[in-house]
Ligand binder design. Sequence first.
Ligand SMILES: Cc1cc2nc3c(=O)[nH]c(=O)nc-3n(C[C@H](O)[C@H](O)[C@H](O)COP(=O)(O)O)c2cc1C
Length: 496
Amino acid sequence: MNTITAVLDYHDRTKHRPHRYAESLGYMDWATQPNPYRRYEGAPLIPLTHTEITPPYHLLFQNDSLPSAPLCLESLSQLLRYSLGLAAIKSHGGSEWALRCNASSGNLQPTECYIISPATLGISEHPTLSHYAPREHALELLHTYETPIPKDGFTIALSSILWREAWKYGERCYRYCQLDAGHAYGAIKMACTMLGWKCEIQSIDTKEIAHAFGLDQYERFHSEERESPDLLIRIGNASSLPSLPLLPYPANLLSPSHHDWPILSVIDEATQGIYPLAEPLSTPRSIPSPSKNAGEVILKRRSAQMMDGTGITLEEFRTLLDSSLFCIEASDVHFILFIHRVEALEKGLYAFVRKRDDLESLKLAMDQTFLWEDCKNGLYCLQKGDYRGAAQMISCNQEIAKEGAFSFSMLCDFSSSLERNGAIGYKNLYHQCGMIGQILYLEATSLNLSATGIGCFLDDEFHALLGLRDRRFQSLYHFTIGRAIVDTRITTLPPY
Ligand SMILES: Cc1cc2nc3c(=O)[nH]c(=O)nc-3n(C[C@H](O)[C@H](O)[C@H](O)COP(=O)(O)O)c2cc1C
């Protein structure tokens, strides 16, 4: 099958419909619940350090305002601690679970992180390949290279263990894994900015990523628990990837048995290839006002499980929209918003056109009776009215979409992205949505608000509401922002 056909088939087949959700087990098989922590048996462990000192959050949004930290054990520790590390341990009714800095669908945490770094003080006199172990906040040393690599940068690879999400979500899980990878990238980008480091996704064949990081050494992984390469991040001026021999460390077994979802290998295989780089967004944005320290915002970020139905100010709303423009790599994503309670804005359906050039194609694609009333800086009112019921219904009946101050869809330039980039464009669009999601979570937290990513939504019901007639634009992620009602029965403990 042609890879684009495979993507279109998968996308259509995993849409949630009002009377038929995408295929999944339909119940929680607790006996096969995957371990959220990958470990490599026998690999030496290098403990990382902890620091509480982080810069003011608003400075992360000002270009080049933070000095560049040297690469050493402490700076690498800070990068990982504030991107993929544990943020809190929650406890209720005798059970305990860990939450991380990066949001993840159902907290199933499919994303794994590998690092190739040059000789680094406190880690090794030689370049190394390591795997991040978040529970221990440590590096598992997988390989030491003999040949030196330049010291002015390093490389991170992110991969997904699809099984971790398939366990709960079945066929739709490939989408969630990619959104989660985007969240992880967004988290890494923010932590790099804290350290004055520039990070960029690389355009490279995903099979090359798998090869350089040992993910295609299949004999080390259980066949149902292999890792699929997501993306490669270059921090500073990292050079080309060194070659890797067969590693002696087998991956731990995550579940005693598995359920097979054959469509997942089809979509995973179809979306390998040269990772595309979207043309960076150049929409002007404002800088948020001073609030808290970056570390405090990152560790406090939590998904709201209930919203209190109160409103927010126009300034807060604008700051939130603007913060999404920090994700210049995410230029194929627009927002369609259900505005319920934003001071000085009438309730209704709105569009935030993140890439201003797309305005005409959006207008053309949607219901021709929409108003497109210009509310300035990329925001347009499409229709006035109370959309609380519609927002809840479309978000699989979740009240958070109705009780937030607003909820919205990330509407992606779908078919032209696939035409331009091939099937891997599908993966990239989810990464774009995920990175925006992570930044919005943080921005909401800095404003003392809360957010929740919404992966469960009725795809075509939403498309029909917009009057979309073809696949030019597709909604790939939903989101809600407001004020959370905190469940006081759940206690929070420090993670380390
Ligand atoms: C891609 C994605 C989809 C999500 N979908 C939903 C959802 O549909 N409903 C919901 O209540 N929470 C959803 N969440 C929130 C997660 O359940 C939450 O991130 C996870 O439990 C970890 O909690 P934390 O965000 O507080 O760290 C989603 C999160 C992500 C990243």
